[in-house]
Design a protein. Sequence first.
Length: 94
Amino acid sequence: MPSSTSPSISITDAHRAHYFGDYARALAIYTRLAQEQGDAVAAEHAGFMLLAARSSYARGVRRDEARAAALLLQAARAGRPWAQFMLNMLDQAD
């Protein structure tokens, strides 16, 4: 149950922020959901955003392969196939 001082957030809030180009806010929400609620979809989205930062998310998101890998691993362990694919791509890039 969310605390009374912290507004409730949802994956829909993150998707909406992403859709409207508020990438920093979307990443923050996805990351928070992944960390606090173990949300695999949010972890997958955040991981992808951190990997694609240079090409797709110039405003508000910096590439961070280490954080991306951790989030993608969380998502892959929860059964998200796209996260596993992205982790394989990271491994092959080394």
